[in-house]
Write a protein that binds this ligand. Structure first.
Ligand code: NZQ
Ligand code: ZN
Length: 379
């Protein structure tokens, strides 16, 4: 067991109609609000109206920044922070999935300090304060609602980076599974892949506390149990609730107790694919995880077999890898580059991108030779 510090200050409001408490919660932090959201789904499905009704009823003055894209870009962060500073905003309300919430974490830091968002993301400056952030999650996947990470990309520097900082913790997270009922089948599947990938990144980190391994398997098994039912019944409240809780638990710190780190090698591979082809985050992971497991199956055979026994009741590393790939396929997530329209002609640029950004894991290092093999294994 490795030494560890457990800390998570986020108030999690989970369940049907929890957003009814939004107005009074936001009011504790100020009256001038910046509402951030994406490219239209929240208006189309009525979540924007519900949130606005709450904010207005609490007498709050609301400014808006809309249009944050999936795989969010630093330009939006800079523009939203400038708007917030100009209006004297005191609190940010992020309504959306991971892209909106991640962007809002950096918007808050940049707004509070005047620092450049990319200098924050690259640890060139060290912000000492932020603006309170409250989120209303509309897509179960990333765990950002209850963690201290933010992922943003910058096409000028060719990097998609994760930035982890204690000031990134939101104050409150509102998770009403009803808000996720309209997530389309593809992003529902990608969200399930993402949460499983988070559990796996933790599992393959350094330190193997047995109880945490079992908790991690329980999260993965729960997602695998409900996923096929949910894919057939996308508006089912209980199924959405189960997956939403799985996603939060998979990356809110719980699976890291007794561990020194997670691995995150597969996520860094996935981020490079998103940068190059704007592939949805979860889709990059269903492609990259089977490849990474195949690459590592001799080195860490026992660890993979323990995973296979714990999750699928199978005995070998090969069966474990096949079971994950089959599961991803069964919910409609791609498991090869071919399935997202890439072929031989793309291989070299992916390898070069992996080399350029030195793709690796925190626990299991990846060499340049590994990069070549991984791209081959991604088919
Ligand atoms: O833009 P809109 O119109 O809102 O549509 C979004 C978007 O097209 C749509 N959507 C969201 N909620 C919906 C909905 N459509 C219908 N009904 C709803 N209720 O879904 C699309 C994807 O949204 P996005 O926010 O990009 O998805 P996700 O939550 O998967 O976030 C992905 C981002 O999070 C980062 C990823 O790298 C990626 O940039 N991650 C953040 C992490 C963290 N902070 O801890 C960890 C993760 O590993 C991940 O890296
Ligand atoms: Zn992820």
């Amino acid at each position: 067991m490795e030494n560890f510090i457990a800390y998570n200050p986020v108030h999690l409001h989970f369940g049907k109609d929890v957003v009814n408490d939004l107005g009074q919660t936001v009011r504790q932090y100020g009256t001038k609000v910046l509402l951030t959201y994406g490219r239209g789904s929240v208006k189309k499905y009525g979540y924007y109206d519900q949130v606005m009704t709450q904010l207005k009823a609490a007498g709050l003055e609301v400014f808006e920044y809309a249009g944050i894209k999936p795989n969010p870009v630093v330009e939006d962060v800079g523009k939203a922070a400038a708007l917030g500073r100009e209006k004297g905003v005191e609190v940010i309300v992020a309504l959306g999935g991971g892209s909106v919430i991640d962007s809002s974490k950096i918007i808050a830091l940049s707004m509070a300090t005047g620092m450049d968002p990319w200098e924050i993301m690259t640890y060139k400056v060290n912000p000492q304060k932020t603006i309170p952030l409250i989120n209303i999650l509309t897509l179960a996947a990333t765990g950002t609602e209850m963690n201290a990470a933010a992922v943003v990309q910058n096409h000028k520097t060719g990097k998609k980076l994760g930035f982890v900082h204690p000031l990134n913790y939101p104050k409150d997270a509102f998770l009403d599974p009803q808000y996720t009922a309209t997530v389309p089948a593809d992003y529902t599947a990608y969200g399930i892949v993402d949460l499983i990938a988070h559990a796996l990144e933790a599992y393959f980190g350094e330190g193997e506390p047995p109880v945490i391994d079992r908790i991690t398997f329980a999260i993965i098994k729960d997602a695998i149990r409900w996923a096929p039912l949910l894919m057939q019944d996308l508006a089912n409240y209980e199924l959405r609730a189960n997956i939403m809780l799985d996603a939060t638990l998979a990356l809110n710190g719980l699976t890291m107790y007794g561990k020194k780190n997670g691995d995150w090698g597969v996520h860094t591979m996935g981020h490079e694919l998103s940068l190059l082809y704007d592939t949805a985050h979860g889709a990059t992971l269903s492609i990259a995880y089977p490849a990474w497991l195949k690459l590592k199956k001799e080195d860490i055979s026992a660890r993979i077999r323990t995973l296979g026994r714990g999750v699928f009741g199978v005995n070998t590393a090969d069966e474990t890898i096949q079971a994950f790939a089959d599961f991803f396929t069964s919910i409609g997530a791609p498991v090869s580059l071919k399935e997202i329209g890439l072929d031989e002609s793309n291989r070299q640029e992916i390898i070069e991108q992996f080399h350029k950004n030195e793709v690796s894991g925190m626990h299991h290092r990846l060499s340049r030779q590994d990069h070549v093999k991984l791209v081959e294994l991604m088919g």
